[in-house]
Ligand binder design. Structure first.
Ligand code: BGC
Length: 783
């Protein structure tokens, strides 16, 4: 017995000393070349690295791999597994696009700044401003010890009901790409990574894990991929998140066509790809497709990948490539570099940036007889629940762990306006009572299934009449929220509820009868139906979801402290059914093929066909002459601007062409103007939208009478459309019109140039072709 014990002890000593020796001699990430580190990795270690550490947030632990070491940053959405023996740390991932999301526990309440949501930032048309937000955002990410933010969200506003539209930028890929590039460049300038998501064609929440997006190659290339392409080329995000959906029959996370051929080979992406959380089905297929990292990671994926390497189904070289992709980027991360972090970002400074960005991006949709800015107004009757309860941003992973959200009531009061106390008191009691009766659920339940807001309070008409005597002006506040997991509905969401209509009607009648103005403020995450009230009220301000400083920022615009200069990056249709995607949203379900999916949930196969092709948003409305309520690119100012004739550098295109225009502030107050350049191209070979946005700029703050000259440059790709037959971008010979304007329908100056011969701008690979015939919309064809 004694003998065998000492033998065991000897074996233990030998084993542990060999391990120590191994640790001391093993190549170290950062010191030794990556191939040497990979060579030293066991199969188990490689697999550990490509499968995340599991989801562990207070009260929930899902997936769960082999790594039990404590998380560097607790309560965030994901981590990779550390391999200390090789100097490989665990990377830290946090949501999301509009600010950091942390699930707090009693030991951790690090509040984060809620920035304006993506849709509002995009309405700035001001990439310098967006970059400024990115810089502050990046600093905050770094100061909380996080390596990657899971944003920006870059899917397309295909349909007004998209539940996550607030996280995304626009219906137009140029705005999407440029805005994303600006925020990524800002974030990454602080030494932390951005993750552009959800790649790609993930424009709905209904059946998000099962839906097959059926889209034409041209539609994908020109609309749904284009924004991502611009962002990769102009900002090189450190990471990409593949989406939940299929494209033309393949899960995006399992599509080498998407993740290798397009993303890496054609566009030159240098970072790595992670799945969306629990996305896709086939871990081995994901490895083969170049989806480097499976998030949040689970034991089953580890087992499957390990097994596949062992039985030869997965070449270990493929695994090595995926590992290399992750390690390459890891070298830049704060965790790898041991960058100190304070847990104390400058939240005060960031709040200022958030307020500025919000105010600078809001869109003034209507301003009859200069109803705004409020002049001579001292007392205000503020109607609408959310005037007292700001919707800073949307729900789900796009929500932010903010310390506060300033309501418009607070904003107006702080700025010295007198709010009607009776009205305020009624709302306060109503909202307090509702909150007591509807206590919030736990944070995870709230994220996926938020407690609904109180229905709009119905005011007594007599009381409104009385208030029209007492107050100088009425503000009617309309709020909407949505988020991950669900799309919006038409009734009582896209359309106003009966209570909201009644509120606007009664307030308008009462105040107008006293010759007082009525302003509507829209605090919404997605487009709503403005037709019932747009002709009834005097002013409409679109605040979208403005972040935590919203109430101050809205007040800045209403008071005239900030002259609005945002413009619509998304069309407001005349009615929902006018939207070209309405007949194909959210697509078809196949309930008879339902199975049990993730976490025992019912999983229903589904498909959606993007029959509208490239005719998304204004590309549709303008080409098919359907009048929207407010068109793409539209937005008013408290000033006026004149446009000089547009001057082209040449009347024929020879590889490059510049267009110059001078903008003058002809109004009485200082202001900024968004200048939009559209091109109408000849339609010899391919059908084309009436015009497409090819460049934009925002002037500096122009004092009255002052001018600024802006020069835009057009490159060959700006003239080209994607030709499916030849899989190439081609520019047709013929006459091109450059249209410079204040909106897509308010063109101020035009000029023409000629292309003498058709030419091919770029040849791409034949990938992602639909497996079925799509009855695509074309001008002149019944739809
Ligand atoms: C969302 C992603 C998010 C991830 C991690 C998913 O459900 O679709 O956008 O980044 O969760 O929270």
């Amino acid at each position: 017995m004694k003998h065998s014990f000492s033998l065991l002890a000897l074996v233990c000593v030998l084993v542990s000393s060999s391990l120590i020796g191994n640790a001391q001699n093993a190549p170290q990430l950062g010191k030794d070349p990556i191939p040497a580190v990979i060579k030293a990795m066991t199969l188990e270690e490689k697999v550990k690295l490509v499968v995340g550490k599991g989801l562990s947030i207070p009260g929930v632990s899902l997936g769960g791999t082999t790594d039990q070491t404590p998380d560097k940053v607790k309560g965030i959405s994901g981590h990779t597994v550390a391999i200390p023996r090789l100097g490989i740390p665990s990377m830290q991932f946090a949501d999301g696009p509009a600010g950091i999301h942390i699930f707090f526990d009693s030991s951790n309440k690090n509040y984060c700044t809620a920035w304006p949501v993506g849709t509002l930032l995009a309405s700035s048309w001001d990439t310098a401003l967006v970059k400024k937000v990115g810089v502050a955002f990046g600093e905050e990410i770094r100061e909380y010890g996080i390596d990657f933010i899971l944003g920006p969200g870059m899917n397309t506003h295909r349909n007004p009901l998209g539940g996550r539209n607030f996280e995304y930028y626009s219906e137009d890929p140029l705005i999407t790409g440029k805005t994303a590039a600006a925020i990524i460049n800002g974030i990454q300038s602080q030494g932390v990574g951005a993750t552009m998501k959800h790649f790609a064609a993930n424009e709905q929440e209904t059946n998000r894990n099962t839906v097959n997006t059926i889209a034409s190659e041209r539609g994908l290339r020109e609309i749904y991929l284009k924004g991502f392409e611009i962002a990769v080329k102009e900002a090189q995000p450190w990471a990409v998140m593949s989406s939940y959906n299929y494209i033309n029959g393949s899960y995006t996370s399992e599509s080498a066509d998407l993740l290798k051929t397009i993303l890496r080979n054609e566009w030159g992406f240098k970072g790595y790809v992670m799945t969306d959380w629990f996305g896709g089905k086939d871990a081995v297929g994901q490895m083969k497709a170049g989806n480097n990292l499976l998030m949040p990671g689970g034991k089953e994926q580890i087992a499957k990948i390990t097994e596949a390497v062992k039985n030869g189904q997965l070449d270990e070289k493929v695994l090595d490539e995926n590992v290399a992709g992750i390690l390459q980027v890891m070298l830049q991360t704060p965790t790898f570099k041991n960058t100190p972090f304070s847990n104390k970002p400058d939240l005060k400074k960031h709040a200022q940036v958030s307020r500025e960005a919000a105010a600078e991006s809001m869109v003034l949709l209507k301003n009859d007889k200069n109803a705004l800015p409020m002049s001579g107004v001292k007392s205000i009757a503020l109607f609408g629940n959310h005037g007292y309860d700001l919707i800073a941003g949307g729900t789900g992973s796009g929500d932010v762990s903010k310390a506060y959200a300033i309501s418009l009531a607070e904003g107006l009061t702080t700025a010295g306006y007198k709010l009607d106390k009776d009205v305020q008191g009624i709302y306060k009691n109503y909202l307090d009572d509702y909150a007591k009766q509807h206590p919030k659920k736990n944070p995870l339940q709230e994220i996926m299934n938020p407690t609904p807001y109180a229905p709009e309070y119905t005011f007594d008409k007599a009381l409104i009449d009385q208030k029209a005597f007492a107050s100088d002006i009425a503000i009617v506040y309309i709020g909407r929220n949505a988020g991950e997991g669900n799309d919006r509905k038409v009734v009582d969401d896209y359309e106003l509820s009966d209570q909201e209509k009644e509120m606007i009607n009664n307030v308008s009648d009462a105040f107008h009868s006293k010759k007082k103005k009525v302003i509507v403020v829209m605090n919404i995450g997605g487009v709503i139906d403005v037709s019932p009230f747009k002709d009834k009220v005097d002013g409409i301000l679109l605040a979208w979801q403005p972040g935590q400083e919203g109430g101050h920022a809205i007040t800045d615009v209403l008071s005239g402290k900030v002259n609005p200069s945002g413009k619509l990056a998304t069309t407001f249709p005349g009615s929902y059914k006018d939207d070209p995607s309405a007949k194909n949203f959210p697509g078809k379900e196949f309930p008879d093929k339902a199975t049990t999916g993730m976490f025992g949930m019912r999983s229903v196969p589904a498909e959606v066909t993007y029959e509208e092709g490239i005719y998304v948003g204004y590309r549709y409305y303008n080409t098919f002459n359907i009048k929207p309520a407010y068109e793409f690119g539209y937005g008013l100012s408290y000033s006026n601007f004149s446009y000089s004739p547009v001057k082209l550098s040449s009347s024929s295109f020879d590889g490059k062409l510049s267009a110059t225009v001078t903008i003058t502030n002809t109004g009485k107050v200082a202001g900024k103007e968004v200048v939009e350049l559209y091109v109408s191209a000849p339609t010899n070979k391919l059908d084309k939208p009436a015009e497409e946005l090819k460049a934009f700029a925002k002037t500096e703050l122009l004092q009255p009478g002052k001018s600024q000259t802006i020069t835009f440059t057009l490159t060959p790709k700006d003239l080209a459309s994607f030709d499916t037959n030849t899989t190439s971008w081609i520019a047709d010979a013929g006459n091109y019109t450059v249209k410079v304007g204040a909106s897509s329908l308010n063109i101020k100056a035009t000029a023409s140039f000629n292309v003498s011969k058709d030419f091919i701008v770029e040849k791409d690979h034949k990938v992602l072709a639909p497996q079925v015939q799509i009855n695509e919309l074309k001008p002149g064809k019944a739809f």
